[in-house]
Design a protein around this ligand. Structure first.
Ligand SMILES: [Zn+2]
Ligand SMILES: [Zn+2]
Length: 164
């Protein structure tokens, strides 16, 4: 870990929007649900979960689009206003505390492989999951799966963002 960078840059295809993650994400989900399949036009979505205040806009602004979601609570997808590439989203009507950053928009997406596979019930049959990685028919409990450091960050985030 010694030579690991402490930030990770990404952006849209037309390069109008550039952003920086100011630390590693909390966790990386590979979601095989039909909704993610439709939104990406492919077999799954790869989302790096990270505190919103660790995502810094370096250039441009995002256009936030209200979009239906599997839970029924909706999601807000932040897109480049020009090329419309989706950069991150927020789920569950829970505000902007945690962003689901689309790993494929990072300059070095290879750095964040999935920590867990979710909604594998609707996995496209040709997708072969690597053995030994956590996989769930639907979702999981973060308290049972996330590393301790990420759970501590989540606790700190809740303390910071909860209304008093
Ligand atoms: Zn763009
Ligand atoms: Zn999904």
């Amino acid at each position: 870990m010694n030579s690991s960078p402490t930030f990770f840059d990404g952006g849209c295809t037309c390069r109008q929007v550039r952003y920086r993650l100011n630390s590693r994400p909390l966790f990386v989900n590979c979601c095989q649900c039909r909704w993610c399949q439709r939104e990406t036009g492919t077999a799954f979505a790869l989302n790096a979960l990270i505190e919103a205040d660790r995502v810094q806009l370096l250039a441009g602004e995002v256009d936030v689009v209200d979009t239906p979601s599997l839970s029924g609570k909706g999601q807000r997808i932040a897109r480049c206003p020009t090329c419309r590439v989706a950069l991150w989203s927020n789920y569950g009507g829970g505000g902007d505390a945690v962003r689901f950053v689309r790993v494929g928009t990072l300059d070095d997406p290879d750095r964040f492989p999935p920590d867990a596979y979710i909604y594998t019930d609707s996995k496209q049959p040709w997708v072969v999951l690597p053995p030994g990685k956590p996989a769930f028919a639907e979702y999981y409990k973060a308290s049972e799966l996330w590393p301790a450091e990420s759970l501590e960050r989540r606790t700190a985030l809740v303390a910071r963002t909860s209304p008093r």
